[in-house]
Design a protein around this ligand. Structure first.
Ligand code: HEM
Length: 493
């Protein structure tokens, strides 16, 4: 009997230990699959974050937790929702990266730009390869340089835009298509000194981000079969064009716009862009700049026009400011442009609500803490620009289009790209439309310059209205899903 009990007890103990081991195993494996214990999982997915958030806030008035985790792209990513934490990851994390590798370019974005463009370029380079590009290119996108090189070109294209709209004789116009062409031509003219022939450069940036992410997941298969990523048709076409431009410049037949030679010609003189590999790098960088440098600005303009049709009082105020400050639009100078404070605020406010690039992704290059959470080396850090830009504690009435909110801010006409986006004021420092830190958008000043001029021309020539459905957007680059037909009634016609 005693023997039986001992044996029984052994069996009970064995069972108890087994259960404990199993429970521990489950707990450990749960922890392993949950690298951020205590950090809630997000219900949103990478692609619909801004839309999802809006719905959730509208319906439930919920605030997002400071950090969330997200299972995507084959691993667990960390999403930073708190504006101050997000800004600190971008600004301090990346500055530290220069010294001690804390946060840097995410492999997802690097891979995407590799699949798309091919070899090394400003969109996929890391470490020294990225640093020298930044050193070479940042001065080319500083205000003084842009104003002398780009201003006349944008003015001319804005005049053409007015003629284009008038040619519709009062019928509604799908202006987004035209904006894409306009901004594409501006960047090409800046890079190569001439506007491409219609169709010579393809500006239809691939917008299916779901397909982009799928091809990222399947990239070994793509690489095995030598397939290029989505968007290859456009890039292959544009590569041939950039090569032709290079040959033309080398043979001395390149166009000489007024002022200094086109950017590509200047860059061809630099050692880093010489030799077989250097030339390849130059072509890749030009392709990336064409890719990054047009549709973001174009769709922002479209959403701005849309915003102005929804808030006619804002449209009126911009018109009054432009007419008052710039009576002769073709004589715009940098100093007259800087007087458009309300217009600039409206542009900024529009991109706060509709940031064209909805998500910035970076990688922890080392273990580090965000708040009290350890973010292990190799983790992808996701920052939804839309979430941060619409954070109700920083931006009161986050979904309202209120240019006035920026007027009290100490805002310069342009931003110094070398300041790494660490600007003053809480709203400014957490405004993430162009990201922050060392990867701050290279083309930010160019985008602002184009938008100020184009919108000044449009609102002083037309009363713009819209009576269609609310535009639906696609992808991580916020672009309208369908054409948006605006009505333009000429002023003083
Ligand atoms: C409204 C217009 C634009 C918006 C909202 C925008 C937004 C952004 C964002 C969010 C990033 C990512 C930064 C990061 O990884 O943290 C970026 C990077 C970049 N943008 Fe823009 N962009 C715009 C226009 C332009 C233009 C006109 C150019 C023309 C050259 C340009 C060139 C670039 C380049 C080269 C990078 C990579 C910078 C680097 O990694 O060092 N962008 N942009």
């Amino acid at each position: 009997m005693l023997k039986d009990l001992v044996q029984h007890d052994k069996a009970v103990r064995f069972a108890a230990v087994s259960i404990a081991v199993a429970a521990a195993y489950i707990a450990i494996s749960r922890t392993m699959s949950n690298p951020f214990p205590g950090v809630p999982k997000t219900e949103a997915n990478l692609l619909d974050m801004p839309l999802y958030d809006r719905k959730r806030r509208d319906e439930k008035g919920e605030m997002l937790p400071p950090l969330e985790q997200l299972d995507a792209l084959g691993s667990t990513l960390i999403v930073v929702n708190d504006p101050k934490l997000a800004t600190s990851v971008l600004v301090e994390g990346q500055n530290k990266y220069l010294l001690g590798h804390k946060v840097g370019r995410s492999p997802v974005m690097a891979e995407f730009h590799s699949m798309l463009i091919g070899g090394e370029n400003i969109g996929n380079a890391r470490g020294a390869g990225w640093r020298w590009r930044r050193d070479v290119l940042v001065p080319q996108f500083q205000p003084r340089k842009l104003v002398s090189q780009v201003l006349p070109s944008v003015i001319q294209k804005s005049k053409d835009l007015i003629d284009h709209v008038k040619s519709h004789n009062g019928n509604p116009v799908d202006i987004d298509k035209y904006f894409v062409e306009l901004t594409g031509n501006v960047i090409c003219e800046y890079l190569f000194g001439e506007v491409p022939q219609p169709g010579e450069v393809l500006f239809d940036n691939f917008r299916r981000t779901d397909v982009i992410f799928l091809s990222f997941m399947l990239r070994p298969i793509f690489q095995f079969f030598g397939w290029k990523g989505p968007g290859a048709r456009e890039i292959n076409n544009n590569r041939r064009y950039v090569q032709r431009m290079m040959d033309k410049i080398r043979s001395g037949n390149g166009q000489q716009p007024s002022g200094s030679p086109p950017l590509m010609e200047q860059l061809m003189k630099l050692k880093v862009y010489q030799g077989k590999q250097g030339e390849e790098h130059l072509i890749n960088d030009m392709l990336l700049m064409i890719f990054a440098g047009h549709d973001t600005t174009a769709h922002s303009l479209t959403y701005l026009v849309y915003g102005l049709t929804q808030e006619l009082s804002v449209q009126k105020k911009i018109r009054e400011e432009v007419t008052g400050q710039l009576p002769d639009l073709s004589a715009i100078t940098p100093s007259s442009l800087s007087k458009l404070t309300y217009t600039s605020a409206a542009i900024k406010e529009n991109m706060r609500i509709h940031p064209p690039v909805t998500v910035a992704m970076h990688e922890a290059y080392d273990d580090f803490m965000i708040d009290k959470t350890l973010v292990p080396k190799g983790t992808t850090i996701v920052i939804s620009t839309a979430r941060i830009n619409q954070h109700p504690e920083i931006f009161k009435q986050p979904l309202a289009f209120l240019p006035e909110r920026w007027l009290a801010e100490d805002e310069d006409m342009f931003n110094d790209l070398e300041a790494n986006g660490a600007d003053k004021g809480l709203m400014n420092s957490t405004y993430l439309t162009f990201s922050k830190g060392t990867h701050l958008c290279l083309g930010m000043n160019l985008a602002y310059l184009e938008m100020r001029i184009v919108i000044s021309y449009l609102v002083t020539h037309f009363n713009i209205t819209y009576d269609g459905p609310i535009p639906q957007t696609v992808g991580m680059i916020v672009a309208p899903k369908d054409e948006i037909l605006f009505n333009f009634q000429p002023i003083n016609a």
